[in-house]
Design a protein around this ligand. Sequence first.
Ligand SMILES: Cc1cc2nc3c(=O)[nH]c(=O)nc-3n(C[C@H](O)[C@H](O)[C@H](O)COP(=O)(O)OP(=O)(O)OC[C@H]3O[C@@H](n4cnc5c(N)ncnc54)[C@H](O)[C@@H]3O)c2cc1C
Length: 498
Amino acid sequence: MTDKPVNIVLIGAGIMSATLGVLLRKLMPEAQITIFERLERVAAESSDPWNNAGTGHSAFCELNYTPMDDAGVVDVSKALEIAHSFEVSKELWAYLVESGAVPYETPFINSVPHMSVVWGDENVAFLKKRYEAMRAHPVFQDMQFSDERDQISQWAPLVMQGRQDNEAVAATRMDAGTDVNFGMITREMVAYLQRSGSVEVCLNHEVNGLTRGDDGGWQIEVENCASKESREVFADYVFIGAGGGTIKLLDMSGIDEAVGYAGFPISGHFLHCTNPDVIQQHSAKVYGKAEVGSPPMSVPHLDCRIIADERTLFFGPYAGFTTKFLKSGSYMDLPLSIEMHNVWPLLSAGMKNVDLAKYLIEQVTNSFEDRFKALLVYYPQANMDDWQELVAGQRVQIIKKDDNSGGELKFGTEIVCSADCSIAALLGASPGASTSVSIMLEVLAKMFPQKIASKEWQPAIRSMIPSYGELLLEDGDLCLATRARTSSILQLGARPGR
Ligand SMILES: Cc1cc2nc3c(=O)[nH]c(=O)nc-3n(C[C@H](O)[C@H](O)[C@H](O)COP(=O)(O)OP(=O)(O)OC[C@H]3O[C@@H](n4cnc5c(N)ncnc54)[C@H](O)[C@@H]3O)c2cc1C
């Protein structure tokens, strides 16, 4: 069976494809867009709120975004970039809410203050320096710092109760921090696209073949996972937003730009609190410092979460190793992804990351009791009976060929786009969903380089993202005005939840 041509195919129904779909719907209303998703639900992998930590990454509390050099200078450039991206994401979400495109009776984003808490003289000195470096920028100007135990106890009582009095402790706090239900905003965006009429969403449909056609377009093989029937679809443009499944599909595409990429899966676990009395006592996201050798995404945090209007409490994530690329994937994912073009980058990156390998192996062998011990560092009076273990989503880190060193393991995200701009893929998962709007604007710039600069697209983008094209972080007034506007539309205040 062969369909008539469609214009654009988006593979995967997570937050990335949903965001790209919304942008394309506005910029190319005439385009026929089809989304293929292998699972029976939208946002069932990493974008689901129970599979990620829900932190609206603004660099308020994540200490790994502000490294300090040997001279004691704290570099805030990465933090500024991430803070900027999150303001942009809130702009698109505010546009969707204000225009009525998505309902907002139950908010998908809530105010939850972001805190960093550290112990020991050296870490306290670092936090103070970081606070001073950050506060100079309007986007962080409301950050508070304290090394007073009483103040920190008010901000995060569970973290301070039962802690030794003689230990130096310090914390920063940003009331503008948020918790985001990325699954909910994804589902609302996809529902909006379906209602718009020109977007077809095919759930239970797995893409398992991608071939370039003679006309430069793409021939896509799709299997209906329920009936096992296969069909071919044709597209002028393809975006691979398949999360952990992207590396395999990118390889199938055969584009030159895919050569030398490999994936390295890192699994996640959380501890989840089941005691409502305890949950009510913690109303912030409290981030600490990562252990030596641990990957950046396993920085421990004790998080107030708001999932579908219900407050809850997570601790983690604990990183681990599995060979699956998706939570619902197969143990053969990693072995089957190894090919001639990526075996050396993979081995070479492995040899250079022995600390990480040791850390992950240790984590895999950890019992519930071991994981509970890590929680006690953040919540000394925790009761084991109040906590359960949750399996979170999978992250597939990028391993990229490097002509000098063989291969490098990368913790960020990367867009791979063919020279003719007809296919693009998103690899990696960090900082993740929080920066989805900026990342998808970059995808548009790579796939449609002429159109993005056109007099039709520029005002259309600005109608959704008014700060688009402005140097938001360098213009303090614009940055604060933008935050005030989106906070008002998204009903964000100082209190956790509404
Ligand atoms: C433990 C953990 C904690 C995290 N915490 C945060 C956080 O606090 N803040 C933050 O901003 N980000 C966080 N992230 C990252 C964030 O969750 C991801 O960056 C984001 O959800 C990725 O969205 P996506 O659309 O790319 O992928 P996904 O949401 O994984 O969606 C990809 C979809 O593609 C589908 N698919 C795969 N292969 C195929 C195929 N062949 N055919 C059809 N469909 C296919 C999958 O079923 C899936 O539904 C976290 C991630 C993890 C794992």
